[in-house]
Write a protein that binds this ligand. Structure first.
Ligand code: GLU
Length: 464
């Protein structure tokens, strides 16, 4: 069975890069009818916060990427790690190192002076003497001193790490007994039964170390997939400005979870030239072997385009709920909300934009855009508006956009003018500016009474 995991460190928010590898891991598990697990890597007590962990889980809930088992917290597993440290010490695969910080610094300096890579020189590896007094030792693992460690990466292919270039006997427990990062990751992945580790390629250099731990403990080594980073349009590492921000920020900006997931799956993975993927489709089609070897490029327009697609295809009921929850737009009792949502969901790239457009219709203009007034209120504009208003007043049973369109048409025909001649001043009168959705739609949403009220106000207040 394929078991994957996502293992965030709660040092900050969940960002888009992390979420993407989480999605890949989730999809790969689903595709294989396997399991996707979550592990919170909260061993760094100085940098971790419970609040951050909570926020990460909140983001997962929003996106519907649920863990198939109870979430594992590294901070609760000290006993387990200790057991394995003791085991390695007992078996002679790890040892106490009594080097002081001063000694280590001195060694580094000497190595640097000789233009060598700073590294631990193994001086306690085979130490049998009496330990120096007053030094709390660290525990180091016996790493291979020669040869290569091969990572057969599912994306990058065959990668060789020369042991002497990078491994040393790295520390697995600090002098206070606390286990180190690579040690606990390897143990947890093994104990959680992880078969496929999909993570950012910024972790690639950790992999040989983790493999040393696997070997020492006799655990089976999982398959690794190191996913290339996401870059911005300038080919640089993604910064806060271009999207490497809290995933929940996307919710606040009015993106739908399925749009974000669809956007993410295409960052580095493709299936022909298909752009739109439902979650079910992603689950069927995703295969990490199709992940691109090059970095992917973050592109906001693509995200907007996908979001617009998903907004357009969302039932009004759902949009209404989200608009109320996230954008304080309450449409519940509005009798024309269907017309409103039908019209605006065709045009909005985000829910925030949809909410703004809706408010611009529902709230009477507090001012009239002077440029639009200048453009629209020329010649007999006011007379035309009067005429329209009077015609409207005589009509009953105005419900749909087409009913209002008919009234406009009537006036246009009678006065033998083009639609623009009535449309422009009417738009300014009703919305305060040019642009926006069809006027017939806007009037149908507002209803006869409000439309007349706004026209009267404009006639009174706009001078030309
Ligand atoms: N905790 C690590 C991080 O947040 C991920 C570890 C891993 O995927 O192996 O970057």
């Amino acid at each position: 069975m394929v078991v994957t995991r996502f293992a965030p460190s709660p040092t900050g928010y969940l960002h888009i890069g992390g979420l993407r590898t989480a999605l890949f891991s989730y999809l790969w598990a689903r595709k294989n009818n396997g399991k996707f697990l979550l592990r919170i890597e909260d061993t760094d007590k100085q940098r971790n916060s419970e609040e951050a962990a909570q926020k990460i889980l909140e983001a997962f809930e929003w996106l519907g990427l649920n863990s198939d088992e109870e979430i594992v917290y590294q901070s609760q597993r000290d006993e387990i790690y200790k057991k394995y440290i003791d085991q390695l010490l007992r078996e002679g695969k790890a040892y106490y190192c009594y080097m002081t910080k001063e000694e280590l610094d001195k060694l580094r300096e000497e190595q640097q002076a000789r233009k060598e890579r700073p590294h631990y020189d193994g001086r306690y590896r085979d130490f049998t003497g009496t330990p120096p007094e007053g030094v709390e030792p660290v525990v180091r693992i016996k790493a291979p001193t020669s040869g290569t460690i091969v990572v057969d990466d599912g994306i990058k292919g065959h990668i060789e790490f020369k042991a002497e270039d990078m491994l040393d006997d790295f520390i697995i427990a600090r002098s206070d007994g606390s286990p180190t990062y690579n040690f606990v990751v390897a143990i947890d992945d093994a104990l959680m039964g992880i078969t496929d580790v999909i993570r950012g390629d910024d972790h690639l250099s950790n992999t040989p170390k983790q493999m040393v731990v696997y070997e020492a403990l006799g655990f089976e080594i999982p398959k690794f997939y190191h996913v290339p980073m996401i870059h911005n349009a300038q080919g640089k590492k993604l910064s806060k400005r271009d999207g490497a921000t809290d995933v929940m920020e996307y919710k606040r900006m009015g993106y739908l979870p399925e749009a974000l997931l669809n956007f993410l799956v295409r960052l580095g993975w493709s299936h022909g030239d298909q752009e739109i993927f439902s979650l079910e489709e992603m689950q069927q089609l995703f295969d990490p072997k199709d992940i691109n070897k090059a970095a992917s490029i973050y592109n906001t327009e693509k995200l907007d385009w996908l979001n617009a697609h998903y907004i357009k295809n969302s039932p009004n009921e759902r949009l209404e709920k989200l608009l109320e929850e996230d954008f304080d737009l309450v449409l519940a009792s509005h009798d024309k909300k269907e017309i409103l949502l039908d019209a605006l969901k065709e045009r909005a790239k985000t829910l925030a934009e949809l909410a703004t457009m809706a408010k611009e219709i529902l709230e009477a203009p507090s001012e009239y855009d002077p440029k639009a007034v200048k453009k629209a209120f020329k010649g007999d504009a006011k007379e035309i508006l009067e005429d329209f208003k009077t015609t409207l007043q005589t009509k009953e049973n105005l419900h749909l956009p087409v009913d209002y369109h008919d009234v406009m048409e009537k006036v246009v025909k009678k006065r033998e003018i083009g639609f623009g001649k009535i449309g422009q001043p009417l738009r300014v009168a009703i919305l305060g500016k040019l642009g926006g959705p069809g006027l017939d739609v806007v009037m149908a949403i507002l209803g006869k009474e409000e439309t007349i009220k706004r026209i009267e106000r404009a006639l009174k207040n706009i001078e030309h």
